[in-house]
Structures are given as C-alpha cells and as structure tokens.
Ligand binder design. Sequence first.
Ligand SMILES: Cc1cc2nc3c(=O)[nH]c(=O)nc-3n(C[C@H](O)[C@H](O)[C@H](O)COP(=O)(O)OP(=O)(O)OC[C@H]3O[C@@H](n4cnc5c(N)ncnc54)[C@H](O)[C@@H]3O)c2cc1C
Length: 447
Amino acid sequence: MSSSPRVAIVGGGPAGSLLAILLARRGVIPTVVERSPPFAVGQAGGRSINLALAARGITALRRAGIDAEVARLMIAMRGRMLHDLGGKQRFLSYGQRATEEIYSVSRAALNALLYDIAANRHGVQYRFGETCVGVDLTDGAPLIAAADGNTRRLDADVVFATDGAGSEVRRALADAGEISASEDLLDHGYKELTIAASQDGGFSLEPHALHIWPRGGFMLIALPNPDRTFTATLFLPHAGEPSFASIGPNEVPAFFRREFADAVPLLPALARDYVSHPTGHLGTVNCKPWSFKDRVLMVGDAAHAIVPFHGQGMNAAFEDCVALDELIGAHGHDWRSVFAAFEATRAPNARAIAEMALENYLEMRDEVRDSKFELRAALSFELERRFPGHWVPRYSMVMFHPEIPYAEAQRRGALQSGILRELTARAASLADVDLARATELVSTVLG
Ligand SMILES: Cc1cc2nc3c(=O)[nH]c(=O)nc-3n(C[C@H](O)[C@H](O)[C@H](O)COP(=O)(O)OP(=O)(O)OC[C@H]3O[C@@H](n4cnc5c(N)ncnc54)[C@H](O)[C@@H]3O)c2cc1C
C-alpha cells in the first residue's frame, strides 16, 4: 500500500470510533473530530440511553478484535415481553436457538469504550469539543469550529463523515447542490423515561426481555440497564389524539394509568421525566451519492439514518465499517474504487433495512397483539426446523444472520410472508396447518 494517507473522521460516535479502530489496525491512524466533550464511562446518555446490539454489530466488533470487551456491557434479551392492558405479560421468543438473542447496551458506555480502545490502544487522536460547520467545496476539507471560536480547515486526503443523522457534512454538500439529500420524518416521536430498580435493588421486570406495551397507534418499550433500571421509551404521534401535543404534564398520569397501568408503579419519576426529557424526532435519511470528489464519504447514520424499530441503525453503521475495511483491503488507497464499491453494495442494503424498520413499527405497536401474528411466528419457527438452511424467519435473518444481506432478507422475507399468510388463512393453530402444502410452497416459491 502507498504511504499512509491523512484521514479525518468527522464524528466520534459508534461508527466513527469503530472505523478509526479498523483503520488503525491497517496502520492508518485517523484524526477524529467530535463536538461533544470527552467521553467518560458513566456519562449520561445522548439521544437514547441504551441500544439493542445484534449479530451484525457483534460480527463487526469481532473483526476489530473487541467483541469480548463489549460483551461485558451487554445484557441478553431473548424475546419480547408483551404487556396487555390488564398488565398480563406474554413472552414471545426472538429465535429458537440459545444464541438467538439480542443485547441491551448503554450508548454512553459503548461510545466511551470504543473511544478508549481507539485512543489509548491505537493512538487515534480525538479532537473533542470541535464541531464541523461546513465543507470546503474546493477539495472536501471539513471546516472545524474549535473551542476558541475560530473556524479552520482540517487538511486531509480523505474524510469519513460519521456525524450521524443530522450530519453537517451531508447538509453542507446538499446545500451546495453537490449531492441530493432528504429526511422523511415520521409523524411519531419518542420520549425516554426511567423504570426504577426494585426496592431490594433488583430488576423490577424480567431483565432478559425487551418489554413492549403495544397499543395500536402507539407503544411503550423498555430495555434493561446494568444498574437494574430500565430505559423506557414512549413512541407516540406528534399530533392528534393521543399525541405529544394532546398529552401534557396534566394529562400524563391519567394517560399512563389508562394505557400502561402495570408500568405506573415502576415509573416514580414519570411526571418529571415527561416534562424535562425532550421529545425526539425520528426519520429516514435518503442521500445520493454518498461521496464527494473521491475525498469525502458518508458512513452510518450520516448516509442512511433509519427509524429505530428494528434496532438496526447502529448495527448497520457497524456493518458499513466492515464493508469499508474489506474494500480498503481490496483496493488500497484507491478511494474512487473504494467509495464506488461501498455505495454500490451498501445502498441497496441500507434501503432494505430502512423499509423493514418502518414495517417493524407497525408489527411492534399493533400486529403482535393479533393471535394470527403468534401463529405465523410459530409456523415460521416450525418451517425453519423442517427446512433448515432453506427457511429462516425474516426477523432472524435480520437479527441473527449477518451473512444474509439486508436486501436478501427483505426479498426472501416477502416470499415467506406470502407463504405464511396462505398457510394460516384458515388455521387457528399449528395443528390446522396443511404441512404437505407447506412443503410444496417452500420448494416452488423459495426454490
Ligand atoms: C430512540 C432511538 C433508539 C435507537 N435504538 C437502536 C437500537 O436499539 N439498535 C441500533 O442498532 N440502533 C438504534 N438506534 C440507531 C442508532 O442510534 C444509530 O444508528 C447509531 O447511533 C448511528 O451511529 P453513527 O456513529 O453513524 O451516528 P451517531 O451515533 O449519531 O454519532 C455521531 C457522532 O458525531 C458527533 N457529531 C455530530 N455532528 C457533529 C459535528 N457537526 N461535528 C463534530 N461531531 C459531530 C456526535 O456528537 C456523535 O458523537 C436508535 C436510534 C434512536 C433515535
């Protein structure tokens, strides 16, 4: 490979730091510009306090040689625990093998660990408290506002923009007409609340599950934290009834008593959290192309932020880092080839997971309540047992099978969904399903 290029990474979040580690392992030591103050273990969360990490993300961490360290931060979640209006709980397993689980991990702790490994093990330089405020259109150099208030160019041969869903790099390039970019905002937002530990210091709900209170047009979810609390997230429309506009501080206690009665005793700071925590916006970022002048490449949320309902945004951003690392291995510092191949392989997959994430919102907040949903899920597991390697439930393909690209999971998932619907149309239980017809459909439709 030619002499080491000067590499700048804008944004030291999960994608920026993992990419920094992977580059450093190739002998390319980047500089990371991060607008936040230095990350420290134990700092308060940013946009969301914990995240679900799944096989795609873990595979990427393994490639960087740091999966065992991250494993110490993880709490396994083996399925969904559904809470009905009466407070009755029902567990739906995510998979059918012991390894088919996803993991709750603190965003702040993960960011701090990745930074620590990049900076202290690999010598990556972080420039904290510095903000990218634009791009020099002559050569793509990021314009950086330092803590002293001055703005300077950051000279680099190549720039990776990992500055997240609200990417300043993307905005600057789109404003200049160099790329086209849009954000499709969801008409639902979110607010984070805290479920306290129990009085004896334990978890107040089953810790190895992702809890969901599905209510049709809206939902509450909760993921476990190592300190025995849960971070609960309320997803609600911005307008209409009920919505963040219609549920103010006065209405929130009655709304929760009506919709999430069993959660109310677990949310001692509900009224305070509801008022003081911001209402977050959710959206899907579309952007084309992902690069500029063979100098700047957008990676992770900066290129393709998605709604969080499949728990895959960070996993997809980590997969991007692996794809980039592989392409640098294949093409060296021929950035034109690296960037072109990166976008060609990743863009169709980013589109697929964006669409599946939107579909999953409907599934989580509504369809899981339907007995046919449970029957189809059970049948899908049964078909996976009968046709191993041939039939994999779509959720499993996305969450547990990193070797299946998102676009392929979406394609096969659509075919399987048609089969499941046909086989369960007149069935009330698994015993009613025509398994001979199932065999026929699997071989003719899935090939
Ligand atoms: C409510 C919610 C729940 C989610 N749950 C999950 C989940 O369960 N599983 C999952 O996989 N994903 C989840 N996601 C998605 C996940 O948060 C993102 O996909 C992931 O954080 C993307 O990583 P990133 O490094 O690309 O961007 P980010 O995490 O946004 O990191 C960007 C970094 O750049 C810095 N930065 C931003 N602008 C500038 C600037 N101008 N100059 C310098 N630095 C800058 C930021 O401070 C930040 O450190 C969720 C998202 C939300 C909103």
